[in-house]
Design a protein around this ligand. Sequence first.
Ligand code: TXA
Ligand code: MG
Length: 319
Amino acid sequence: MSHETQILTPDAAGYAEAARLLTTGALVAMPTETVYGLAGDARNDHAVAAIFAAKGRPQFNPLIVHVADLAMAEQIAVFSDTARALAQAFWPGPLTLVLPLRAGCGISDLVTAGNDSVAIRMPAHPVARGLLSAFGGPLAAPSANPSGKISPTTARHVLDGLGGKIAAVLDGGVCEVGVESTILSLDPPRLLRPGGLPLEALEAALGQPIASGGDAAKPNAPGQLVSHYAPGAQVRINADTPSPGEVFVGFGPGVKSDLSLSQSGDLVEAAAALFAILRAADTLAQARGVDCIAFAPIPETGLGRAINDRLRRASAPRD
Ligand code: TXA
Ligand code: MG
């Protein structure tokens, strides 16, 4: 597929056109509070296959289903009391729950990769919510970037990566949270991907510590792909000072650097800026003709966990 990608404004006409496109099986990128998602009808095998094709995903790893409300979610997944309590506490918002798939719910097997579980979330962004209610059905939506590349937090980022490959992008400005949702499976609770909802908040709600890491035997969050979120330049993490020639991204006050994730050392601000800073650092490296970006250490608490996870993947060896 190669055609112009429409840029839609989030007004009545824009939502109607986006919903119409989705109904035909076409793909529409939508803003969520975390990152832009590449949305397709989660019940349409053809649309879901087109998501993998547009992203150039090497494998069919399972996708997150986005829903408008809890009623839609309960048609797709089986909620335990714990799952419902977490949904009520944190939805809409940056939490994805991996739950048993409800038999016969109509979700494409490509979305679940044939698993008997489904990853599901209710996004908080008003434009995602507007689109979900205009469309009236579940939307499969991975981040709207080519596979392995930096996730998009603006409509411009989406067009830079996928322009000409998707029908439209709804322009909802800059994503507030800036890193993908936290993914949790239950019984027992297990953190599959650190993300926009801090682990501490989930542990407080459940009243118990949560183990990290997926089951190594199963394909899980994009974590399991070694290199991910990769800019053009190499990335070095936990750098106290830059080596000669490196672009240096600082964190916190009093750090002399080319760019900063947050001058005040605020992890929420740093998460929101992360992917745009990775892009900016890459551009700066290119302009200077150097090939390495160094990141100052980020504390491993709150959103720092998600930031460090993404930076580790950005710095992972590439093929
Ligand atoms: O913030 C987000 O979560 C963004 C925005 C667009 O909502 N979406 C996103 O989706 O990051 P995606 O598809 O890039 O990441 C979903 C991850 C996949 O890597 C997949 O392995 C994991 O969730 N996942 C999906 N279904 C699963 C399942 N049944 N069991 C375990 N992991 C699952
Ligand atoms: Mg992604």
